[in-house]
Design a protein around this ligand. Structure first.
Ligand code: GLY
Length: 576
Protein backbone atom coordinates (compact mmCIF):
# COMPACT_ATOMS: atom_id res chain seq x y z
CA UNK A 1 0.00 0.00 0.00
CA UNK A 2 2.78 2.35 1.09
CA UNK A 3 4.79 1.43 -2.00
CA UNK A 4 1.74 2.19 -4.14
CA UNK A 5 1.42 5.70 -2.60
CA UNK A 6 5.15 6.29 -2.99
CA UNK A 7 5.02 5.28 -6.66
CA UNK A 8 2.00 7.54 -7.22
CA UNK A 9 3.75 10.44 -5.49
CA UNK A 10 6.93 9.91 -7.55
CA UNK A 11 4.86 9.76 -10.74
CA UNK A 12 3.17 12.98 -9.65
CA UNK A 13 6.52 14.71 -9.00
CA UNK A 14 7.92 13.52 -12.32
CA UNK A 15 4.87 14.86 -14.10
CA UNK A 16 5.09 18.13 -12.19
CA UNK A 17 8.79 18.42 -13.05
CA UNK A 18 8.03 17.81 -16.71
CA UNK A 19 5.24 20.35 -16.66
CA UNK A 20 7.46 22.96 -15.02
CA UNK A 21 10.27 22.23 -17.47
CA UNK A 22 8.04 22.76 -20.49
CA UNK A 23 5.31 25.04 -19.17
CA UNK A 24 5.13 28.35 -20.97
CA UNK A 25 4.87 31.57 -18.96
CA UNK A 26 1.76 31.70 -16.82
CA UNK A 27 -1.38 32.51 -18.73
CA UNK A 28 0.22 31.58 -22.02
CA UNK A 29 -0.84 28.13 -23.21
CA UNK A 30 0.34 26.68 -26.50
CA UNK A 31 -1.14 29.19 -28.97
CA UNK A 32 1.07 31.32 -31.24
CA UNK A 33 2.65 34.43 -29.72
CA UNK A 34 1.23 37.83 -30.64
CA UNK A 35 3.01 40.10 -33.14
CA UNK A 36 5.01 42.79 -31.28
CA UNK A 37 5.34 46.46 -32.19
CA UNK A 38 7.07 49.10 -30.10
CA UNK A 39 5.11 52.03 -31.52
CA UNK A 40 1.99 50.96 -33.38
CA UNK A 41 0.01 47.96 -34.57
CA UNK A 42 -2.64 47.05 -37.13
CA UNK A 43 -4.44 43.70 -36.89
CA UNK A 44 -6.68 42.70 -39.80
CA UNK A 45 -7.72 39.61 -41.70
CA UNK A 46 -5.43 40.47 -44.65
CA UNK A 47 -1.74 41.10 -44.13
CA UNK A 48 -1.58 43.46 -47.15
CA UNK A 49 -4.25 45.62 -45.54
CA UNK A 50 -2.47 45.61 -42.16
CA UNK A 51 0.73 46.71 -43.94
CA UNK A 52 -1.14 49.54 -45.69
CA UNK A 53 -2.34 50.74 -42.28
CA UNK A 54 1.20 50.69 -40.90
CA UNK A 55 2.48 52.67 -43.91
CA UNK A 56 -0.14 55.35 -43.20
CA UNK A 57 0.91 55.49 -39.53
CA UNK A 58 4.57 55.81 -40.52
CA UNK A 59 3.66 58.74 -42.75
CA UNK A 60 2.23 60.60 -39.75
CA UNK A 61 -1.39 59.48 -39.91
CA UNK A 62 -3.23 58.63 -36.72
CA UNK A 63 -5.24 55.49 -35.94
CA UNK A 64 -8.33 56.89 -37.71
CA UNK A 65 -6.37 57.61 -40.90
CA UNK A 66 -4.94 54.10 -40.78
CA UNK A 67 -8.34 52.52 -40.08
CA UNK A 68 -9.88 54.22 -43.13
CA UNK A 69 -7.01 53.06 -45.36
CA UNK A 70 -7.26 49.51 -43.95
CA UNK A 71 -11.04 49.45 -44.43
CA UNK A 72 -10.72 50.53 -48.06
CA UNK A 73 -7.87 48.08 -48.69
CA UNK A 74 -9.96 45.21 -47.30
CA UNK A 75 -12.74 46.14 -49.76
CA UNK A 76 -10.21 45.16 -52.44
CA UNK A 77 -8.13 42.43 -50.79
CA UNK A 78 -10.82 40.77 -48.68
CA UNK A 79 -13.88 41.21 -50.91
CA UNK A 80 -15.87 38.47 -49.20
CA UNK A 81 -16.47 40.83 -46.26
CA UNK A 82 -14.37 44.00 -46.59
CA UNK A 83 -16.50 46.47 -48.48
CA UNK A 84 -17.72 49.78 -49.72
CA UNK A 85 -21.13 48.22 -50.50
CA UNK A 86 -21.95 47.35 -46.87
CA UNK A 87 -21.76 48.98 -43.47
CA UNK A 88 -20.62 48.66 -39.88
CA UNK A 89 -19.45 50.33 -36.71
CA UNK A 90 -16.26 52.19 -35.74
CA UNK A 91 -15.34 52.72 -32.10
CA UNK A 92 -12.37 54.83 -31.08
CA UNK A 93 -10.63 56.29 -28.04
CA UNK A 94 -7.98 58.97 -28.31
CA UNK A 95 -4.91 59.48 -26.14
CA UNK A 96 -6.83 62.05 -24.05
CA UNK A 97 -9.31 59.33 -23.13
CA UNK A 98 -12.28 60.56 -25.23
CA UNK A 99 -14.36 57.85 -26.88
CA UNK A 100 -16.52 58.10 -29.99
CA UNK A 101 -18.70 55.63 -31.87
CA UNK A 102 -19.68 55.92 -35.52
CA UNK A 103 -22.71 54.01 -36.75
CA UNK A 104 -22.51 53.46 -40.49
CA UNK A 105 -24.91 50.53 -40.53
CA UNK A 106 -26.89 50.04 -43.74
CA UNK A 107 -30.37 51.57 -43.89
CA UNK A 108 -33.57 50.12 -45.34
CA UNK A 109 -34.46 51.90 -48.61
CA UNK A 110 -37.62 54.05 -48.71
CA UNK A 111 -39.47 51.39 -50.69
CA UNK A 112 -38.77 48.65 -48.10
CA UNK A 113 -41.99 47.92 -46.23
CA UNK A 114 -42.66 45.49 -43.41
CA UNK A 115 -43.85 42.73 -45.76
CA UNK A 116 -41.36 43.33 -48.56
CA UNK A 117 -39.96 39.79 -48.25
CA UNK A 118 -43.32 38.03 -47.87
CA UNK A 119 -45.35 36.66 -50.83
CA UNK A 120 -49.14 36.78 -51.32
CA UNK A 121 -49.46 33.47 -49.41
CA UNK A 122 -47.71 35.08 -46.43
CA UNK A 123 -44.64 32.92 -47.01
CA UNK A 124 -41.12 34.23 -47.00
CA UNK A 125 -39.84 34.74 -50.53
CA UNK A 126 -36.98 32.41 -51.45
CA UNK A 127 -34.09 33.06 -53.89
CA UNK A 128 -34.17 36.22 -56.03
CA UNK A 129 -36.34 38.83 -54.30
CA UNK A 130 -35.58 37.48 -50.82
CA UNK A 131 -33.66 39.17 -48.01
CA UNK A 132 -30.58 37.03 -48.61
CA UNK A 133 -29.69 37.09 -52.31
CA UNK A 134 -30.12 39.43 -55.25
CA UNK A 135 -30.87 43.10 -55.74
CA UNK A 136 -33.65 43.48 -53.13
CA UNK A 137 -31.51 42.09 -50.30
CA UNK A 138 -29.39 45.22 -49.98
CA UNK A 139 -29.69 48.04 -47.52
CA UNK A 140 -28.25 51.46 -48.46
CA UNK A 141 -24.48 51.11 -47.90
CA UNK A 142 -22.89 53.16 -45.11
CA UNK A 143 -19.17 52.38 -45.26
CA UNK A 144 -17.99 55.43 -47.20
CA UNK A 145 -20.23 57.81 -45.23
CA UNK A 146 -18.85 56.34 -41.99
CA UNK A 147 -15.24 56.66 -43.12
CA UNK A 148 -15.91 60.21 -44.34
CA UNK A 149 -17.39 61.22 -40.97
CA UNK A 150 -14.44 59.64 -39.13
CA UNK A 151 -12.01 61.45 -41.46
CA UNK A 152 -13.63 64.87 -41.07
CA UNK A 153 -13.91 64.73 -37.27
CA UNK A 154 -11.14 62.51 -35.98
CA UNK A 155 -8.32 62.06 -38.53
CA UNK A 156 -4.90 63.69 -38.06
CA UNK A 157 -5.31 65.93 -41.14
CA UNK A 158 -1.63 65.45 -41.77
CA UNK A 159 -2.70 63.28 -44.70
CA UNK A 160 -5.37 63.99 -47.30
CA UNK A 161 -8.44 61.83 -48.01
CA UNK A 162 -6.84 60.86 -51.35
CA UNK A 163 -3.77 59.55 -49.49
CA UNK A 164 -6.02 57.07 -47.68
CA UNK A 165 -7.87 55.88 -50.78
CA UNK A 166 -4.85 55.60 -53.08
CA UNK A 167 -3.34 52.40 -51.63
CA UNK A 168 -6.65 50.57 -52.09
CA UNK A 169 -7.04 51.92 -55.62
CA UNK A 170 -3.53 50.75 -56.54
CA UNK A 171 -4.20 47.34 -55.02
CA UNK A 172 -7.31 46.98 -57.19
CA UNK A 173 -5.43 48.24 -60.26
CA UNK A 174 -2.24 46.20 -59.88
CA UNK A 175 -3.80 43.18 -58.20
CA UNK A 176 -2.57 40.80 -55.52
CA UNK A 177 -1.91 37.08 -55.29
CA UNK A 178 -5.14 35.18 -54.74
CA UNK A 179 -4.82 33.39 -51.36
CA UNK A 180 -5.35 29.62 -51.18
CA UNK A 181 -8.20 30.09 -48.69
CA UNK A 182 -10.12 32.25 -51.17
CA UNK A 183 -9.68 29.78 -54.05
CA UNK A 184 -11.20 27.12 -51.76
CA UNK A 185 -13.96 29.37 -50.45
CA UNK A 186 -15.02 30.39 -53.94
CA UNK A 187 -15.75 26.76 -54.83
CA UNK A 188 -18.81 26.89 -52.60
CA UNK A 189 -19.85 30.32 -53.92
CA UNK A 190 -19.60 29.48 -57.65
CA UNK A 191 -23.32 28.88 -58.05
CA UNK A 192 -24.46 31.94 -56.14
CA UNK A 193 -21.98 34.43 -57.61
CA UNK A 194 -22.46 32.80 -61.02
CA UNK A 195 -26.07 34.09 -61.16
CA UNK A 196 -24.93 37.72 -61.49
CA UNK A 197 -23.08 38.84 -64.61
CA UNK A 198 -20.40 41.10 -63.10
CA UNK A 199 -19.88 38.89 -60.04
CA UNK A 200 -19.39 35.88 -62.31
CA UNK A 201 -16.91 37.68 -64.54
CA UNK A 202 -14.92 39.31 -61.75
CA UNK A 203 -14.85 36.92 -58.80
CA UNK A 204 -15.00 33.50 -60.47
CA UNK A 205 -13.58 34.51 -63.86
CA UNK A 206 -16.65 33.48 -65.84
CA UNK A 207 -16.79 30.18 -63.97
CA UNK A 208 -13.17 29.16 -64.53
CA UNK A 209 -11.97 30.31 -61.14
CA UNK A 210 -8.54 31.49 -60.04
CA UNK A 211 -5.70 29.37 -58.84
CA UNK A 212 -3.66 29.97 -55.73
CA UNK A 213 -1.14 32.78 -56.14
CA UNK A 214 -2.59 34.06 -59.43
CA UNK A 215 -2.73 37.86 -59.61
CA UNK A 216 -6.29 39.07 -59.13
CA UNK A 217 -6.98 42.54 -60.55
CA UNK A 218 -10.23 44.52 -60.26
CA UNK A 219 -10.12 47.33 -62.87
CA UNK A 220 -13.77 48.47 -62.41
CA UNK A 221 -13.29 48.74 -58.66
CA UNK A 222 -10.03 50.63 -59.28
CA UNK A 223 -11.94 53.12 -61.47
CA UNK A 224 -14.63 53.52 -58.78
CA UNK A 225 -11.98 54.10 -56.12
CA UNK A 226 -10.22 56.60 -58.41
CA UNK A 227 -13.44 58.67 -58.56
CA UNK A 228 -13.78 58.46 -54.76
CA UNK A 229 -10.09 59.34 -54.32
CA UNK A 230 -10.60 62.48 -56.39
CA UNK A 231 -14.08 63.65 -55.43
CA UNK A 232 -14.45 62.21 -51.89
CA UNK A 233 -17.04 59.91 -50.36
CA UNK A 234 -19.88 62.07 -51.70
CA UNK A 235 -19.13 60.65 -55.15
CA UNK A 236 -20.54 57.31 -53.95
CA UNK A 237 -23.79 58.91 -52.75
CA UNK A 238 -24.26 61.70 -55.26
CA UNK A 239 -21.97 61.14 -58.25
CA UNK A 240 -21.48 58.71 -61.10
CA UNK A 241 -21.16 55.74 -58.72
CA UNK A 242 -24.53 56.61 -57.15
CA UNK A 243 -26.08 56.80 -60.62
CA UNK A 244 -24.61 53.43 -61.62
CA UNK A 245 -25.98 51.81 -58.42
CA UNK A 246 -29.44 53.34 -58.87
CA UNK A 247 -29.58 52.35 -62.57
CA UNK A 248 -28.55 48.74 -61.95
CA UNK A 249 -31.01 48.48 -59.03
CA UNK A 250 -33.83 49.81 -61.24
CA UNK A 251 -32.96 47.45 -64.07
CA UNK A 252 -33.20 44.42 -61.75
CA UNK A 253 -36.10 45.23 -59.43
CA UNK A 254 -33.86 46.41 -56.57
CA UNK A 255 -35.12 48.86 -53.95
CA UNK A 256 -32.29 51.38 -53.63
CA UNK A 257 -32.84 54.68 -55.49
CA UNK A 258 -30.69 57.75 -56.07
CA UNK A 259 -32.68 59.49 -53.33
CA UNK A 260 -31.92 56.71 -50.84
CA UNK A 261 -28.22 57.14 -51.56
CA UNK A 262 -28.38 60.94 -51.31
CA UNK A 263 -30.22 60.70 -47.98
CA UNK A 264 -27.90 58.22 -46.29
CA UNK A 265 -26.12 59.56 -43.20
CA UNK A 266 -23.58 58.01 -40.88
CA UNK A 267 -24.39 58.84 -37.25
CA UNK A 268 -22.37 59.42 -34.12
CA UNK A 269 -23.67 57.42 -31.17
CA UNK A 270 -22.63 57.62 -27.54
CA UNK A 271 -20.55 54.52 -26.75
CA UNK A 272 -21.89 52.40 -23.91
CA UNK A 273 -19.65 51.81 -20.93
CA UNK A 274 -19.64 49.21 -18.17
CA UNK A 275 -17.20 47.56 -15.81
CA UNK A 276 -15.99 44.02 -15.31
CA UNK A 277 -13.99 43.30 -12.14
CA UNK A 278 -12.91 46.93 -11.96
CA UNK A 279 -11.89 47.24 -15.61
CA UNK A 280 -13.81 49.62 -17.88
CA UNK A 281 -15.47 48.17 -20.99
CA UNK A 282 -16.33 50.64 -23.79
CA UNK A 283 -18.46 49.17 -26.54
CA UNK A 284 -21.06 49.69 -29.27
CA UNK A 285 -24.62 50.83 -28.54
CA UNK A 286 -27.71 50.04 -30.67
CA UNK A 287 -28.42 49.52 -33.49
CA UNK A 288 -25.90 46.89 -32.54
CA UNK A 289 -27.03 44.50 -29.85
CA UNK A 290 -23.38 43.52 -29.36
CA UNK A 291 -22.41 45.96 -26.61
CA UNK A 292 -25.53 45.43 -24.50
CA UNK A 293 -25.35 41.63 -24.69
CA UNK A 294 -21.62 41.70 -23.92
CA UNK A 295 -22.09 43.86 -20.82
CA UNK A 296 -25.18 41.97 -19.64
CA UNK A 297 -23.29 38.68 -19.81
CA UNK A 298 -20.19 40.10 -18.10
CA UNK A 299 -22.37 41.63 -15.36
CA UNK A 300 -23.95 38.21 -14.71
CA UNK A 301 -20.60 36.39 -14.78
CA UNK A 302 -18.97 38.87 -12.39
CA UNK A 303 -20.81 37.07 -9.58
CA UNK A 304 -18.88 33.82 -10.17
CA UNK A 305 -15.25 32.91 -9.50
CA UNK A 306 -14.36 31.99 -13.10
CA UNK A 307 -10.63 32.13 -12.40
CA UNK A 308 -10.85 29.16 -10.03
CA UNK A 309 -13.06 27.23 -12.43
CA UNK A 310 -10.39 27.43 -15.19
CA UNK A 311 -10.78 28.63 -18.76
CA UNK A 312 -11.83 25.26 -20.21
CA UNK A 313 -13.89 23.62 -17.47
CA UNK A 314 -17.42 22.40 -18.11
CA UNK A 315 -18.52 24.50 -15.12
CA UNK A 316 -17.25 27.69 -16.80
CA UNK A 317 -18.82 26.87 -20.18
CA UNK A 318 -22.10 26.15 -18.37
CA UNK A 319 -22.08 29.60 -16.74
CA UNK A 320 -21.21 31.37 -20.01
CA UNK A 321 -24.03 29.52 -21.81
CA UNK A 322 -26.55 30.30 -19.06
CA UNK A 323 -25.67 34.00 -19.01
CA UNK A 324 -25.77 34.18 -22.82
CA UNK A 325 -29.11 32.39 -22.97
CA UNK A 326 -30.62 35.09 -20.75
CA UNK A 327 -29.02 38.07 -22.51
CA UNK A 328 -29.91 36.78 -26.00
CA UNK A 329 -33.55 36.40 -24.87
CA UNK A 330 -33.48 40.12 -24.08
CA UNK A 331 -31.86 40.80 -27.44
CA UNK A 332 -34.73 39.19 -29.32
CA UNK A 333 -37.43 41.01 -27.41
CA UNK A 334 -36.06 44.40 -26.54
CA UNK A 335 -33.58 45.62 -29.15
CA UNK A 336 -33.78 47.39 -32.49
CA UNK A 337 -32.81 50.66 -34.17
CA UNK A 338 -32.96 53.30 -31.37
CA UNK A 339 -34.19 55.92 -33.87
CA UNK A 340 -37.33 53.84 -34.42
CA UNK A 341 -37.94 52.00 -31.17
CA UNK A 342 -37.13 52.40 -27.47
CA UNK A 343 -34.29 50.20 -26.28
CA UNK A 344 -34.03 50.09 -22.44
CA UNK A 345 -30.23 50.35 -22.51
CA UNK A 346 -29.64 51.56 -18.95
CA UNK A 347 -32.07 49.07 -17.43
CA UNK A 348 -30.38 46.19 -19.24
CA UNK A 349 -26.93 47.31 -18.14
CA UNK A 350 -27.88 47.74 -14.49
CA UNK A 351 -25.85 45.53 -12.13
CA UNK A 352 -28.95 44.90 -10.00
CA UNK A 353 -30.78 43.62 -13.06
CA UNK A 354 -27.80 41.32 -13.75
CA UNK A 355 -27.94 40.08 -10.15
CA UNK A 356 -31.62 39.15 -10.59
CA UNK A 357 -30.87 37.40 -13.89
CA UNK A 358 -27.88 35.65 -12.26
CA UNK A 359 -29.97 34.37 -9.36
CA UNK A 360 -32.03 32.29 -11.80
CA UNK A 361 -28.91 30.39 -12.97
CA UNK A 362 -28.76 26.88 -11.53
CA UNK A 363 -25.12 25.86 -11.02
CA UNK A 364 -25.80 22.23 -11.83
CA UNK A 365 -28.52 22.31 -14.48
CA UNK A 366 -29.16 24.10 -17.77
CA UNK A 367 -32.37 26.15 -17.76
CA UNK A 368 -34.41 25.21 -20.85
CA UNK A 369 -34.63 28.33 -23.05
CA UNK A 370 -38.42 28.09 -23.27
CA UNK A 371 -38.58 28.72 -19.52
CA UNK A 372 -36.65 31.96 -19.87
CA UNK A 373 -38.72 33.71 -22.49
CA UNK A 374 -40.92 32.10 -25.05
CA UNK A 375 -41.81 33.01 -28.55
CA UNK A 376 -38.96 35.07 -29.95
CA UNK A 377 -35.49 34.26 -31.09
CA UNK A 378 -32.22 35.94 -31.95
CA UNK A 379 -31.99 37.13 -35.53
CA UNK A 380 -30.35 35.00 -38.15
CA UNK A 381 -26.99 36.40 -39.05
CA UNK A 382 -24.25 34.90 -41.07
CA UNK A 383 -20.53 34.50 -40.65
CA UNK A 384 -19.23 37.04 -42.87
CA UNK A 385 -18.10 40.19 -41.39
CA UNK A 386 -14.57 41.37 -40.72
CA UNK A 387 -12.94 43.18 -37.85
CA UNK A 388 -9.73 45.20 -37.60
CA UNK A 389 -8.05 47.13 -34.82
CA UNK A 390 -5.42 49.87 -34.97
CA UNK A 391 -3.33 51.40 -32.16
CA UNK A 392 -1.07 54.33 -33.05
CA UNK A 393 2.04 55.64 -31.35
CA UNK A 394 0.11 58.18 -29.27
CA UNK A 395 -2.13 55.42 -27.88
CA UNK A 396 -5.21 56.24 -29.95
CA UNK A 397 -7.19 53.08 -30.70
CA UNK A 398 -9.73 52.38 -33.44
CA UNK A 399 -11.65 49.14 -33.41
CA UNK A 400 -13.88 48.59 -36.42
CA UNK A 401 -16.30 45.86 -37.52
CA UNK A 402 -17.99 46.07 -40.92
CA UNK A 403 -19.73 43.63 -43.20
CA UNK A 404 -21.62 42.64 -46.32
CA UNK A 405 -23.56 40.17 -44.08
CA UNK A 406 -23.22 36.90 -46.02
CA UNK A 407 -19.90 36.10 -47.67
CA UNK A 408 -19.95 38.20 -50.86
CA UNK A 409 -23.15 39.83 -49.53
CA UNK A 410 -26.14 39.68 -51.86
CA UNK A 411 -23.76 38.18 -54.50
CA UNK A 412 -24.59 41.14 -56.75
CA UNK A 413 -21.78 43.28 -58.18
CA UNK A 414 -23.18 46.58 -59.46
CA UNK A 415 -22.61 46.76 -63.21
CA UNK A 416 -19.49 48.67 -64.18
CA UNK A 417 -18.38 49.47 -60.60
CA UNK A 418 -16.79 46.32 -59.16
CA UNK A 419 -18.82 46.98 -55.98
CA UNK A 420 -20.24 43.93 -54.23
CA UNK A 421 -23.48 44.77 -52.41
CA UNK A 422 -24.62 43.67 -48.96
CA UNK A 423 -27.59 41.46 -48.06
CA UNK A 424 -28.12 43.25 -44.77
CA UNK A 425 -31.93 43.33 -45.16
CA UNK A 426 -31.78 39.80 -43.77
CA UNK A 427 -30.71 41.13 -40.38
CA UNK A 428 -34.22 42.56 -40.04
CA UNK A 429 -37.05 40.36 -38.83
CA UNK A 430 -38.25 39.58 -42.35
CA UNK A 431 -41.59 38.33 -40.94
CA UNK A 432 -42.05 39.19 -37.26
CA UNK A 433 -43.81 36.51 -35.26
CA UNK A 434 -43.32 33.74 -37.85
CA UNK A 435 -40.27 31.53 -38.29
CA UNK A 436 -38.19 32.76 -41.20
CA UNK A 437 -36.58 30.47 -43.75
CA UNK A 438 -34.00 29.45 -41.14
CA UNK A 439 -36.65 28.45 -38.63
CA UNK A 440 -36.08 31.53 -36.47
CA UNK A 441 -38.65 33.93 -35.08
CA UNK A 442 -37.63 37.55 -34.61
CA UNK A 443 -39.01 40.50 -32.69
CA UNK A 444 -41.32 43.31 -33.68
CA UNK A 445 -38.77 45.98 -32.74
CA UNK A 446 -36.59 44.74 -35.58
CA UNK A 447 -39.29 44.66 -38.29
CA UNK A 448 -38.49 46.22 -41.70
CA UNK A 449 -39.31 49.94 -41.94
CA UNK A 450 -38.14 52.50 -44.50
CA UNK A 451 -35.05 54.35 -43.26
CA UNK A 452 -34.48 51.93 -40.36
CA UNK A 453 -31.23 50.09 -39.57
CA UNK A 454 -31.33 46.35 -38.92
CA UNK A 455 -30.22 45.05 -35.52
CA UNK A 456 -26.62 43.90 -35.52
CA UNK A 457 -24.34 41.80 -33.33
CA UNK A 458 -21.13 43.59 -34.20
CA UNK A 459 -19.19 44.26 -31.00
CA UNK A 460 -16.12 46.46 -31.40
CA UNK A 461 -14.85 46.83 -27.84
CA UNK A 462 -12.15 48.66 -25.86
CA UNK A 463 -11.02 47.57 -22.38
CA UNK A 464 -9.25 49.87 -19.90
CA UNK A 465 -7.34 48.86 -16.78
CA UNK A 466 -8.71 49.99 -13.40
CA UNK A 467 -6.33 52.99 -13.59
CA UNK A 468 -8.02 54.08 -16.83
CA UNK A 469 -5.18 53.22 -19.23
CA UNK A 470 -5.81 51.39 -22.50
CA UNK A 471 -5.36 47.62 -22.02
CA UNK A 472 -6.79 45.94 -25.11
CA UNK A 473 -9.28 46.35 -27.93
CA UNK A 474 -10.92 43.72 -30.06
CA UNK A 475 -13.86 42.57 -32.13
CA UNK A 476 -14.86 39.65 -34.30
CA UNK A 477 -16.73 38.38 -37.33
CA UNK A 478 -19.41 35.68 -37.13
CA UNK A 479 -22.96 37.08 -36.74
CA UNK A 480 -24.32 36.51 -33.21
CA UNK A 481 -21.24 34.39 -32.43
CA UNK A 482 -19.26 37.66 -32.54
CA UNK A 483 -20.63 38.47 -29.09
CA UNK A 484 -19.59 35.06 -27.70
CA UNK A 485 -16.07 35.47 -29.08
CA UNK A 486 -15.69 38.91 -27.50
CA UNK A 487 -17.17 37.81 -24.15
CA UNK A 488 -14.85 34.82 -23.85
CA UNK A 489 -11.75 36.70 -25.02
CA UNK A 490 -12.42 39.40 -22.39
CA UNK A 491 -12.82 36.72 -19.70
CA UNK A 492 -9.68 34.93 -20.89
CA UNK A 493 -7.64 38.10 -20.40
CA UNK A 494 -9.22 39.37 -17.19
CA UNK A 495 -9.99 36.13 -15.36
CA UNK A 496 -7.50 33.71 -16.86
CA UNK A 497 -4.50 36.03 -17.36
CA UNK A 498 -4.00 35.27 -21.07
CA UNK A 499 -2.37 37.58 -23.59
CA UNK A 500 -4.49 38.74 -26.52
CA UNK A 501 -3.49 35.94 -28.94
CA UNK A 502 -4.16 33.15 -26.44
CA UNK A 503 -7.39 34.84 -25.33
CA UNK A 504 -8.62 34.94 -28.92
CA UNK A 505 -7.44 31.44 -29.85
CA UNK A 506 -8.75 29.53 -26.81
CA UNK A 507 -11.76 27.26 -27.51
CA UNK A 508 -15.17 28.78 -26.92
CA UNK A 509 -18.88 28.06 -26.92
CA UNK A 510 -21.92 29.99 -28.11
CA UNK A 511 -25.51 30.00 -26.90
CA UNK A 512 -28.08 32.39 -28.35
CA UNK A 513 -31.15 31.30 -26.34
CA UNK A 514 -33.04 29.96 -29.36
CA UNK A 515 -32.56 27.46 -30.81
CA UNK A 516 -31.85 25.87 -27.43
CA UNK A 517 -28.47 24.40 -28.34
CA UNK A 518 -24.86 25.04 -27.49
CA UNK A 519 -22.32 25.55 -30.26
CA UNK A 520 -18.95 24.05 -29.48
CA UNK A 521 -15.84 23.88 -31.59
CA UNK A 522 -14.53 20.74 -33.35
CA UNK A 523 -11.21 20.97 -31.54
CA UNK A 524 -10.57 22.00 -27.97
CA UNK A 525 -13.48 20.23 -26.28
CA UNK A 526 -12.82 16.80 -24.79
CA UNK A 527 -15.58 14.17 -24.86
CA UNK A 528 -15.50 14.33 -21.03
CA UNK A 529 -16.31 18.07 -21.07
CA UNK A 530 -19.17 17.52 -23.49
CA UNK A 531 -20.44 14.61 -21.36
CA UNK A 532 -20.45 16.75 -18.21
CA UNK A 533 -22.33 19.53 -20.02
CA UNK A 534 -24.83 17.01 -21.45
CA UNK A 535 -25.38 15.62 -17.97
CA UNK A 536 -26.26 19.16 -16.86
CA UNK A 537 -28.98 19.21 -19.52
CA UNK A 538 -27.26 21.15 -22.32
CA UNK A 539 -28.20 20.25 -25.88
CA UNK A 540 -25.65 20.66 -28.65
CA UNK A 541 -25.58 21.79 -32.24
CA UNK A 542 -25.36 18.58 -34.26
CA UNK A 543 -22.15 19.45 -36.07
CA UNK A 544 -19.50 21.29 -34.04
CA UNK A 545 -18.34 24.48 -35.75
CA UNK A 546 -15.89 27.24 -34.96
CA UNK A 547 -17.40 30.12 -33.01
CA UNK A 548 -16.52 33.33 -34.88
CA UNK A 549 -13.07 34.72 -35.53
CA UNK A 550 -11.59 37.61 -33.57
CA UNK A 551 -8.89 40.25 -34.01
CA UNK A 552 -7.36 42.45 -31.33
CA UNK A 553 -4.48 44.46 -29.93
CA UNK A 554 -3.19 44.59 -26.34
CA UNK A 555 -0.73 46.99 -24.72
CA UNK A 556 1.74 45.24 -22.41
CA UNK A 557 3.29 46.65 -19.23
CA UNK A 558 6.13 48.24 -21.20
CA UNK A 559 3.81 49.85 -23.74
CA UNK A 560 4.58 47.31 -26.46
CA UNK A 561 1.63 46.76 -28.81
CA UNK A 562 0.70 43.06 -29.14
CA UNK A 563 -1.32 42.26 -32.27
CA UNK A 564 -3.43 39.13 -32.71
CA UNK A 565 -5.50 37.68 -35.52
CA UNK A 566 -7.51 34.55 -34.74
CA UNK A 567 -5.77 31.30 -35.68
CA UNK A 568 -9.18 30.17 -36.95
CA UNK A 569 -8.83 32.48 -39.96
CA UNK A 570 -6.50 34.22 -42.39
CA UNK A 571 -4.79 37.49 -41.70
CA UNK A 572 -1.89 38.86 -39.76
CA UNK A 573 -1.12 41.79 -37.56
CA UNK A 574 1.72 44.10 -38.60
CA UNK A 575 3.51 46.42 -36.19
CA UNK A 576 6.60 48.60 -35.98
N1 GLY B 1 -24.60 41.09 -40.35
C1 GLY B 1 -24.11 40.66 -39.11
C2 GLY B 1 -24.40 41.60 -38.00
O1 GLY B 1 -24.57 42.77 -38.25
O2 GLY B 1 -24.47 41.21 -36.87
Amino acid sequence: MLRHHLRAALAGWTLAALLFAYAPASGRPFWPVPVRGKHAMVASQQEIASQIGIDILKRGGNAVDAAIAVGLALAVAYPQAGNIGGGGFMLMRNAKGESHAIDYREMAPKAARRDVFVDSNKKLIQGEGSSTIGYRASGVPGTLAGFDLAFRKYASHKLKWADLVRPARLLAQNGYAQPYSVTQLLKSYDDKLGKYEDSKRIFIRGGNGYSEGEIFKQPELAATLARIEKAGAKEFYNGRTAQLIADDMKAHGGLITLDDLKNYQAKERTPITGTYRGNTIITMPPPSSGGIVLLEVLNMLEGFDLKTLGYNSAAKYHLVAEAERRAFADRADLMGDPDFTTVPVQALLDKTYAATRRSSINLKHATPSKEIRAGQEAGRESNDTTHFTVVDKEGMVVTNTYTLNDLYGSQVTIKGTGILMNDEMDDFAAQPGTPNMFGLIQGEKNAVQPGKRPLSSMTPTIVLKPDGTLWFALGARGGPRIISAVIQAVINVIDHGMDIQAAIDAPRIHHQWMPDEMWYEPSGFSPDTIAVLAEMGHKFKKKPENVASATGIMIDDKGVRLGAVDSRSDGRAVGY
